[in-house]
Structures are given as structure tokens and as C-alpha cells.
Design a protein around this ligand. Structure first.
Ligand code: NAD
Length: 384
């Protein structure tokens, strides 16, 4: 176990599955900028606030995997998340980020793991001082229930690639951040991670509409305003949005976005009508690209059961909201691993729609309290 000082003096190495996606390429730019202009990135990180100067000095390197062979700058131009004027000065550094080819479709999970471990060894040799973290930014895919219980070995590549990345990381002693809605709910893997003291945290980053939903729902609960119904609509035009038009891929995401409201409030929204009145829709709308727009119509009841209504309109940028959270989570898992925590970390529920682990806090204030508790725990464990 190192001290806080020792940990922050070593750079982070983000090993990103899906490195050239919308979030991955945004994260690549943020990592490059952390090297030369940390003042442009650090103020947008929750860990900077929670940890104060303990986090800010830490350098960040990135490596990873993608199916897409294009240069990182081409990927940035393709996704259009960040205007070219903001990344062109980092062109060389961006294209120097080592991104390996993803394991080919058709390989068994064991063969994928072998390949990924070889890649990980190579990345470690490139950045021998750095502390690696696996960051899963693969596309949302069909639930992996098939992979559970059979060790996943008769699964082949393509269908559920996340499992191989997570297993390779845990085998290599590297903590995992699962930002996707994909269920890595492999009890054995979590148990191994816990045994080996390696954090495996997820899932489904709580970036935009759902984050504000948690904040508002927690506020209604605190004021004893009764939520009578909640209608949420999202439009987005990036690859994630297109992918989520497949009902099988969207199922997990929609469930994650829906279930948490009743959990926060402590009653089923819509019980007066004998059916659910919390509706969540995601629609792919190409003109928007990454600039997601979300609308919420919230019906609440106050004294005498009189009804009131609120409208929320978020005009967001999906990857701009997501990338700093992925970086925050990478900082967290390195500290937690050093502080002796492994397996699921339910106290990181602030960052996720579907936090893994036992009894994660549901309300916003409880999630913030948990984060502060984790800071205190790590500081105590890592006192030099
Ligand atoms: N943006 C948000 O606010 C948000 C919030 C919560 C969760 N997420 C999730 O984060 C994930 C990433 O989102 P995104 O917008 O960057 O998606 P994206 O589709 O833009 O990126 C995915 C990348 O993964 C690559 N890829 C596909 N299969 C691969 C494989 N087997 N190995 C390596 N790379 C592979 C693709 O080529 C692509 O570059 C998605 O699962 C999304 O649902 C996003």
C-alpha cells in the first residue's frame, strides 16, 4: 500500500476499450491536455473538488483497443464532439496514443483474453511508471446472461466482448471501470476481484438526464412532494443513439434509467393508476450527433393532493458530460485499490445509473455522503 503522495506522483494509464468512440476520443483529448494544460481539464473533475490538490498533479496517459483503424484525430473529426480548433494543437500527441486492434470476431473468450493480456503487457512496457486502469467504453450490447454461469468460454467474440476485457484486466491485477450499461454481472469475476483487492466498478455512467432526475427526485422526496408521474424523452444522433435503436441493446439502458426513480422515492410512481407512470424513451435522431436533448415532464402533488407540474429541458453534449466522469472514476479506482478496497464499490453510486454492489445509496445526498466517506477512508488508509 502506498501513501497518497506516492500514488499521485505516478501517472495514470487509461486502457480504454472503445478508444476511438465518441467518449473514448474525447477522453484521449482530455488526457493529452492534462499533460500540458491541466487547468483546462481539472476544474471539470469531481475528484479535483473532493481530493483538492491531491488529484490535480497526476499525469494521464492513454492506450487502448478499437475495431476502427482510423487515426485518433480522424475519429475526433468523425464524432464532431469537440471542434477542431480545440484539438488540432494536440494532433501529434493524439495520433501517438497506442490503440491495438480489438480481438477478432470468432475467437473464444480465452483466446481474446490471451491477446488482451499480451497487449496490456506491451502498454505497460511503454509506460512503466504508470498505474493502469481498464475503462470499458464499448457499445451497449445485448444482455450477457448467456455468458453467465458457463464461464463464457463457449461465447465467441463480437456478441459480448466486454467480458474478455474485464477478465483480462482482473487477471493482470488492473482495476476496471465499466461505464457501459453492459452487465458484467459475472459473480465469479466480482468475487475474484474482491479476493485479489481489485476494484471492478460500474455500471452505466449517470451523465445527463438521469443525473438531474436523481437530484430532482431526491429534492421532491426531501420536501414530501409526491411524484405522480414522470415522462422522459431523449433524442441523440451519435453511434450510441443509433445502437440503442436495437431494442435488445436498449433494454438494459432503459431499465437502468427507469428503476432508480422508485428506489429513490420509496414508492412505485403511478401506483394511483395501477400501472407505472414513469416512462423513458430514447430516440435516434441523426441531425443531433452527440448534442443530446432531453425533456422531462414531471407531475407532482402537494398539500390537499393538488397537482403541479415541472418541465426540464436539457441541451447536453453526451461525451462532454461523460469523459470527465470516466477520468474521475479511473482516479478513484487507483486510490481505492491502493487503500485496500476490491470488488464492487457501491459507494461510487454517484457516478452510475446501476451501481454494482450491496445496497448502494439511492438519493443524491446519500450518494454524495458516500463519496465523502470514501475520501475519508482512503485518506486514513493512505496516510503517510
Ligand atoms: N455518453 C454518455 O453520456 C453515456 C452515458 C452512459 C453510458 N454510456 C455508454 O458508454 C459507451 C460508449 O459510448 P460512446 O458514445 O463512446 O459509443 P461509441 O459507439 O461512439 O464508441 C464505441 C467504440 O467502441 C469500438 N468497438 C466496438 N467493438 C469493439 C471491440 N470489440 N473492442 C474494441 N473496441 C470496439 C467502436 O469502434 C467505437 O469506436 C456505450 O456503451 C454507451 O451506452 C454513454
Amino acid at each position: 500500500m502506498g501513501t497518497l503522495e506516492a500514488i499521485r506522483s505516478r501517472p495514470l494509464l487509461l486502457l480504454v476499450a472503445g478508444a476511438k468512440g465518441a467518449i473514448g476520443s474525447t477522453l484521449a483529448l482530455a488526457s493529452c491536455m492534462m499533460q500540458r494544460q491541466p487547468d483546462l481539464i481539472s476544474p471539470y473533475l469531481t475528484t479535483s473538488d473532493l481530493w483538492g490538490d491531491a488529484a490535480d498533479a497526476q499525469q494521464v496517459h492513454m492506450a487502448g483497443w478499437d475495431r476502427n483503424p482510423m487515426a485518433m484525430t480522424e475519429a475526433l473529426a468523425l464524432h464532431g464532439v469537440v471542434p477542431e480548433t480545440l484539438w488540432t494543437g494536440n494532433r501529434e500527441a493524439l495520433n501517438a496514443i497506442p490503440v491495438a486492434a480489438a480481438p477478432k470476431n470468432g475467437l473464444s473468450v480465452s483466446a481474446q483474453i490471451e491477446q488482451l493480456i499480451r497487449d496490456i503487457d506491451g502498454f505497460r512496457q511503454l509506460f512503466p511508471e504508470a498505474q493502469p486502469v481498464m475503462v470499458n467504453l464499448l457499445p451497449a450490447c445485448v444482455e450477457c446472461s448467456l455468458a453467465h454461469g458457463n464461464n463464457g468460454d463457449n461465447m465467441t467474440g463480437g456478441r459480448f466482448p466486454d467480458l474478455a476485457y474485464a477478465r483480462a484486466a482482473i487477471r493482470a491485477g488492473i482495476p476496471v471501470v465499466n461505464f457501459t450499461p453492459n452487465d458484467l454481472g459475472d459473480g465469479d469475476l466480482l468475487a475474484t476481484a474482491a479476493e485479489k483487492g481489485i476494484p471492478l466498478v460500474g455500471r452505466d455512467g449517470k451523465t445527463g438526464q438521469t443525473y438531474f432526475k436523481v437530484v430532482l427526485a431526491s429534492a421532491f422526496k426531501a420536501r414530501h412532494l409526491r411524484v405522480d408521474g414522470w415522462y422522459s424523452l431523449n433524442i441523440l444522433g451519435n453511434a450510441d443513439g443509433r445502437n440503442l435503436m436495437d431494442p435488445d441493446c436498449a433494454r438494459g439502458k432503459l431499465a437502468n434509467k427507469t428503476n432508480l426513480l422508485d428506489e429513490i422515492l420509496g414508492y412505485p410512481v403511478g401506483e394511483a393508476y395501477g400501472e407505472g407512470a414513469h416512462k423513458v424513451h430514447i430516440d435516434y435522431y441523426p441531425p443531433r450527433g452527440d448534442a443530446k436533448e432531453a425533456w422531462d415532464v414531471i407531475d407532482i402533488k402537494g398539500l390537499f393532493g393538488l397537482s403541479m407540474s415541472i418541465r426540464v429541458n436539457l441541451q447536453g453534449r453526451d461525451s462532454i458530460l461523460a469523459a470527465p466522469m470516466a477520468l474521475d472514476l479511473a482516479r478513484w479506482v487507483v486510490l481505492l485499490q491502493a487503500a485496500g478496497r476490491g470488488g464492487a464499490i457501491p459507494e461510487l453510486g454517484f457516478y452510475f445509473k446501476k451501481p454494482e454492489g450491496e445496497a448502494p445509496a439511492a438519493t443524491w445526498e446519500d450518494q454524495l455522503r458516500d463519496l465523502k466517506g470514501l475520501v475519508a477512508y482512503c485518506r486514513q488508509q493512505l496516510a503517510g
